[in-house]
Ligand binder design. Structure first.
Ligand code: TRP
Length: 320
């Protein structure tokens, strides 16, 4: 089974990315041939700062490695290192009906957020289809917001297969259950676009500051606290042992403990949870050359997988 997913280097990974995408992706490296890439070409549709793009790409790779991605098992690479993906994107665009892209929510949502319209922003799902189809991917784990892009990918693959015979394997999406998504510091789903994130490898003082800044209601110390929708409990559940979690929940319900105390405990648990990974992270940060070697090696393996697929396609459509 070939598993493929990508993450855009539009910011630094946060707890929501870690528990939602990175941790499950790292676990999947045991279940099949995992290909994970940093989607730098996609990020070009919104990131205009070259230094930030370079830095975020490397940071994401370091975070993945520090969190347990094993480059001997999974293949980690930069999207832009695989040149044929851009070629494939062009070929796919020639069979993609405009209407298919016009229906995509994410384009409309991004315009509504004030992102400038561009041909690249509009054809973003075609590049994503190329990412997926270039490697004969079997399964693609993604968040709900990407579900429609997977449908577009399948539609485009079906179209090519109808026009030219069987070229592409149809990928299956694995849509993440986001009902238990981590809440951000304002109580909404943790997301870069809401500015409510807690980044994975903050230093002690800024991490404490973020956690102590989690918004809470004005329930007095002595009163029972609502557990539903609590960002503190929502994060604590992921980083504490089940018994510590149960204890905090019971204290919420009992009253008598203030939010400040809960936040301190949460900070301690987050700090502990990531401390072995933080050590690894430091090691990689001190040797970016090693990280770049892993990325290049990943790209070579990914390219080798894409070659027969591209050859099959070029033959089928008449380029060779
Ligand atoms: N669009 C995805 C996101 O923003 C990232 C991505 C790009 C991706 N290409 C992909 C995810 C291919 C899965 C498969 O989250």
């Amino acid at each position: 089974m070939r598993i493929l997913s990508g993450i855009q280097p539009t910011g630094l990974p946060h707890l929501g990315n870690y528990f939602g995408m990175m941790k499950p992706a790292i676990e999947l490296q045991e279940k099949g041939e995992a290909l994970y890439f940093v989607a730098d070409l996609h990020a070009l549709t919104t990131v205009r700062d070259p230094e930030a793009l370079r830095r975020n790409t490397l940071e994401i790779a370091m975070d993945f490695l520090a969190c347990g991605l094993d480059p001997g098992k999974a293949c980690l690479f930069r999207q832009s290192d695989i040149a044929c993906v851009a070629e494939l994107s062009w070929i796919l665009s020639t069979v993609t009906p405009m209407g298919l892209l016009e229906r995509c929510h994410s384009y409309k949502d991004k315009l509504a957020k004030g992102i400038h319209s561009s041909l690249g922003l509009f054809s973003y799902p075609v590049l994503m289809a190329a990412d997926i189809l270039a490697y004969d991917s079997d399964v693609v784990p993604v968040g709900k917001d990407q579900k429609q892009h997977l449908e577009v990918t399948r539609d485009i693959a079906i179209k090519i297969n109808e026009l030219y015979g069987p070229v592409f394997k149809l990928p299956e999406p694995i849509i993440r259950d986001e009902s238990s998504a981590i809440l951000g510091t304002d109580g909404a789903k943790m997301s870069k676009s809401y500015g409510n994130t807690v980044e994975l490898f903050l230093e002690e003082a800024p991490l404490k500051k973020k956690i102590m800044g989690i918004q809470t209601d004005s329930t007095p110390v002595e009163s029972p606290k609502p557990i539903e929708g609590s960002a503190i409990l929502g994060i604590y559940r992921h980083v504490a042992s089940p018994s510590d979690y149960a204890a905090m929940e019971a204290e919420f319900l009992a009253g008598g403990t203030g939010y400040g105390e809960f936040k301190k405990r949460l900070f301690g648990a987050v700090w502990e949870y990531f401390s072995p990974m933080r050590e690894e992270r430091r090691r990689f940060a001190s040797d970016p050359g090693e990280v770049n070697r892993f990325l290049r090696n990943g790209a070579e393996r990914a390219a080798a997988i894409s070659h027969p697929v591209m050859e099959r396609l070029r033959r089928a459509i008449g380029l060779i």
